[in-house]
Ligand binder design. Sequence first.
Ligand code: CA
Ligand code: CA
Length: 331
Amino acid sequence: MSFLQSNPPRIGTWTLGLVFMCFVGCAKEGSLGPDLESLYGDLEFTESFSHNMPNGVHFEQGDAVRFSCGFNLPVAYTLSLTGQTSGATYAFQGQGNRELDVLWFGGCDNVFFRKNEWVHCLLEFPDHPDDFKLDSVFVWEQPDLSNRGLLLASFEETNPIFSISSGEFTESLDVVTEALDAVEGGAYMRGVGAGAGSWFGALRLPLDPQDLLGSSLGNTYLNVHLRSDYEGSASVIKLFEDSNGDGLVTSGEDEVFTTKLAVNADNTWQRISIPWSDFELDLSGNNVSVNGQIDFDQISRLDCTVSQTGTASGTYGLDVDYVILTFDQPF
Ligand SMILES: [Ca+2]
Ligand SMILES: [Ca+2]
């Protein structure tokens, strides 16, 4: 009986309990101190920075590189990859909760990483600038990234869908093969023209509206790799409709939309990605306006022309490789 009587808590016990809970609560709040301290404390490595491909990565076989590192505290990091011959770059940024664990499938921010290339891997911490780490990984082959979109031309095809069209001002227009300087694979297109013209030849890429179902102007991107050694060169991209549905693209009957891409004359590959909303109705020559809009179900062809930014007489030219359409985001 006395046991039962002593069991129900009295007011005094509750008060003590509340005081105790408050104390615990305060103590707990105070315990955030050491965490904050560690956040701004010295960065130590509990696991060294490394990756799982010491003998190089075979992207062609679907390999990926797993980078890992361990820290004594949560820390923001940047992992920058730089190709030593291609100049290609790729970066991961994150907030590691005491660890870094990322997979690289061969993606690139600008141009492709090349085959047989050393890639430098730099791990940096914005809040701890002195604690950077270096590693490197060897790339045996380029990855196949064509599943990111609709590949129109890589110049590696055995049965290409593209054709090449020369004109009056074309000096040369060819597919260069067995090229060590292709941005992707071993082949690309090279076109050179001379004169005061604006059309020195074109790469013609047929398009099937079926492949564009569900796409829209704002979410469809043209991605093309370009290089030039001639000042003032440009690629005018032309999008042709079969507006009247007769199965042909006819000047003066079907709508054409264009956009002009200036190319740096630094003999370095660059990737240009543009949304289709950049295309404008082309009323040059005897081109016409039917409804003034790009109709996805009438799209018939896309041309990458060798052209110039202005109208001056001169020699112009450029290289084209890996033309791919992507949806929802640039390549
Ligand atoms: Ca190629
Ligand atoms: Ca139209």
